[in-house]
Structures are given as C-alpha cells and as structure tokens.
Ligand binder design. Structure first.
Ligand code: URA
Ligand code: CA
Length: 434
C-alpha cells in the first residue's frame, strides 16, 4: 500500500479495506508513516466519514496496537462500565462495591488524566493508604478472592489512540463520530472485558452537547462492540447539570459511601441501580430486572454493599475506618457556605463553571504533571427543580488557598440560576440502546 493512495481514496469518499486500515495503524505506531500524512487522512475521515465496517476495523486495529489485558484467569463473565465523562459523576465508586456485593466480578481499570477533578484512581487515593498500582497477578487474584479490584491502566495500552488523539487535538479532528467511537471502543476492547456498558452523557457538562449526537455515538459504539463480539449496551444520560452533589476527590468518595449507606442523592442512586442491575443480567447472575434491583437495594439496606467497599479498601492497603469517620480523609483548611439571596427554585446549574472552579481550587489537573489536592472541592445541596429559601445554604466550598475563597464563592453563585416559579426536575436516563 501507499499512504498517498489511501489518503486519495478517503478524500474521494471511498471505503477503506481492513488491510488498508491495518497498514495505516501499524505504520503510524511503528514510525514509518508521518504525522502529516496521518493528519491529512484524519481530515479526510472528518469530512467523508467511515461506515460501520471501516469504524470496526479501525477500532480493532487500534485495540491491538499495544498491550492488551487478559482477564481469562478470572472466573465468570467480566462486565465493564465506561462513562464518556461528566461532572460529579461518582457512579464508578458506587458501582464497583455495589455490583460486587451481589456477585458480579469487577476487574476495574481506571485512569487519572486531565479534568475538573481527578479520575477514579485519584479519588480512591484520597483514602489513606489506598494503593491503585497493582501488578497484574495481584489484580487478578484480588478479583478472584474478594470479587473486585481497581487498578491504574498499563502505560502501553492502545498506543495508537494516544498518538491519534494527540494529533486530532491539534488538527481540529476530535469531533468526528467514527474517530471518537473507535478511540473509546479500542480502549474498552483492549481492557479485556467480555461485556460493556456505556454511559454516554449529553449536555453542557459533557463531551456530546446534544441528545441527538450522544444517541448517534451510543448507537455506533454498540454496533462496534457487538461486531467485536463483546455484548455492548449504551445509556444516554443527562449532563445538563452535575449528576451527584460532590465535585472533588475525597468528597466524591464520601458521596459514594453515602449512596452505599442508603442516603445518597436519588439521581446518583437511580443510575447506579440501573447499571448494577444490567451488570447482573450481563454477568448471568439475575435476568429479571426487578429482582435484580430488589437484591441491590437489599444489599444497601443490610450493609452488604458497604461491607464490600470496606473489604476492597482493606485489600488495597487503605484504611476502611474512613467509611465511618470522614475526618480521616484529607481535610481542607477553609470552608465557605454559599447562601441564597432570595426565595425561589433552581432553574439551571452550569456544571462546567463549577467543575472549572473546583479544578482551580486544586481538585483537577490542568497539565499532565499537576498534583491533585484531594481535600478541596465543592458540595452542592440543590439540583434543578429544588426549592431554596432566602438565606439557605445551597453550596459549600472547600479550599486550602484562602485567597481563592471569595473568587470561588462568586463563581459558584454565577453557576446557579434561580426562578421564582417552580421548575421541572431533569430526568437522568434518556435512552437505552441495545
Ligand atoms: N474520549 C475518548 O476517549 N476519545 C475520544 O476521541 C473522545 C472522547
Ligand atoms: Ca419558601
């Protein structure tokens, strides 16, 4: 093959063969194809698109471009959940112990990365002693003995995606459906799960801004997953406002513990019960949805789910006493409550503004080697549709830098909009694609 022919073909909107796509990915990863030729091809793909065959072939070529994870030593069906990312999305921290407490084997690999807050790994590391750097053997043994483990990603997983993403970022080709779908699905397939649940979020706080775009992406990824012989389903969920109430690291772990204690926010609980029940079906533990949900609720009510979280924490070197005593988490030096200026109802919450504020307080990374401050963040106490009274606290800022307190308070105030008339609450789950 010649790269110029392949670019020419896509430029004219023709379909690339599996072999041509393999040639491109192999050549890019081994250095024989240059950035500028790949850039031209990406732009051609951006304008001409790729069909499902091409997108699936691209996904598979990328998935096997580096190391892959072998979970075959774990007995049972391994189900993974992936979110396209959102604000106050504490789902994974709840789902791992909850689903594990009813018998689903969870071998969770998570990242750190850039963002408003740290990734799942950063959040868990706010638990004193908790270690997320498990070698492959310890990881697999942990899942086999206690049912769940969480580890950081191997650095050589899907190198093709790391290289392509960096190039897309500087060539204005990130927002292409086949490129997004193959990027996400290649990582899921390399991660070794048998079955995949995708949480595709839409709204101001999400990567996909509209419901329609999220639906298109969800449908495409479900098709790719199923073609790759990994049963895949997708949910389209709301990110027009933060999902839970905590935006930070330690406080998101605290929020997850609250859900496992039965006192979490209903929106977060709804999503976790839905995903966990689907995990039970996919792992062939319980096919009847209402029975699955009943078992999960029972696991919360009896303390089984919380006990599982304690076990996971202990197994990875953490102090499980944090579950009963939140003062064992890193504490912020300053707290500032934000109060309502008048009576009304929350009509809008700008999650990105809250997320950016939390990040600037130290909760997230702006650059790759920034250090996360686990203690800082923002609690919100109201969501869209909730009533507030004059003087009532609707948010709380946790900070270690006193100079940022007043600025953060103004940002949080600006992020909330109020109305005098009652406003509708937003639904969480908008669609399910199977
Ligand atoms: N998330 C990814 O992992 N890849 C994309 O291309 C977009 C979002
Ligand atoms: Ca009132």
């Amino acid at each position: 093959f010649f790269m110029t022919d392949i670019i020419e073909k896509k430029k004219r909107g023709l379909k690339l063969s599996k072999e041509e796509i393999q040639f491109v990915i192999d050549g890019y990863v081994n250095g024989s194809i240059s950035d500028y030729q790949i850039s031209a091809l990406l732009m051609a793909i951006y304008f001409k698109g790729m069909d499902e065959d091409e997108t699936t072939n691209l996904t598979m070529a990328m998935a096997y471009s580096g190391e892959t994870v072998d979970l075959s030593e774990i007995k049972g069906i391994k189900v993974d959940k992936h979110s396209t990312g959102g604000i106050a999305d504490t789902t994974t921290l709840v789902l791992v112990p909850l689903a594990s407490s009813v018998g689903v084997k969870i071998a969770k690999m998570s990242g750190r990365g850039l963002g408003h807050t740290g990734g799942t790994i950063d959040k868990l590391e706010s638990i004193p002693g908790f270690c997320c750097e498990l070698d492959a053997k310890t990881f697999i043994n942990s899942v086999n003995t206690i049912g769940a483990a969480i580890t950081g990603q191997s650095k050589n997983l899907v190198p093709a995606d790391k290289m392509l993403y960096a190039l897309r970022d500087v060539t204005a080709t990130v927002d292409s459906m086949p490129l997004i779908a193959s990027s996400i699905m290649s990582k899921k397939i390399a991660g070794g799960a048998d079955k995949i649940i995708l949480d595709v979020k839409f709204g101001s706080g999400a990567f996909m801004k509209t419901f329609e775009d999220a639906l298109e992406l969800g449908r495409l990824m479900v098709k790719i997953g199923n073609r790759a012989e990994r049963e895949t389903i997708a949910y389209i969920t709301d990110m027009e406002q933060p999902l839970g109430l905590a935006i930070g690291n330690a406080i998101e772990v605290i929020e997850a513990i609250e859900v496992l204690k039965g006192s979490g926010h209903p929106d977060l609980l709804t999503l976790c019960l839905e995903f966990a029940a689907e995990m039970m079906r996919m792992a062939e533990i319980e096919s009847d949805k209402s029975k699955a949900v009943a078992k999960l609720k029972d696991s919360i009510d009896t303390g089984k789910a919380l006990e599982k979280f304690s076990e996971i924490i202990k197994n990875q070197g953490g102090n499980p006493k944090v579950i009963q005593d939140y003062s064992l988490f890193p504490q912020a030096k300053y707290e500032l409550e934000v109060t309502a200026a008048q009576d009304g109802y929350v009509s809008k919450i700008d999650g990105v503004r809250l997320g950016t504020t939390a990040m600037k307080l130290g909760a997230g990374r702006q650059k790759k080697d920034d250090v996360i401050d686990p203690a800082v963040g923002i609690w919100i106490y109201k969501k869209v549709g909730d009533e507030v009274n004059k003087g009532e606290v609707f948010a709380k800022i946790l900070a270690n830098d006193r100079a940022k307190l007043d600025w953060a308070k103004d940002e949080v105030k600006e992020a909330f909009e109020f109305d005098l008339k009652p406003t509708e609450k937003r639904k969480v789950i908008w669609a399910k694609i199977t």
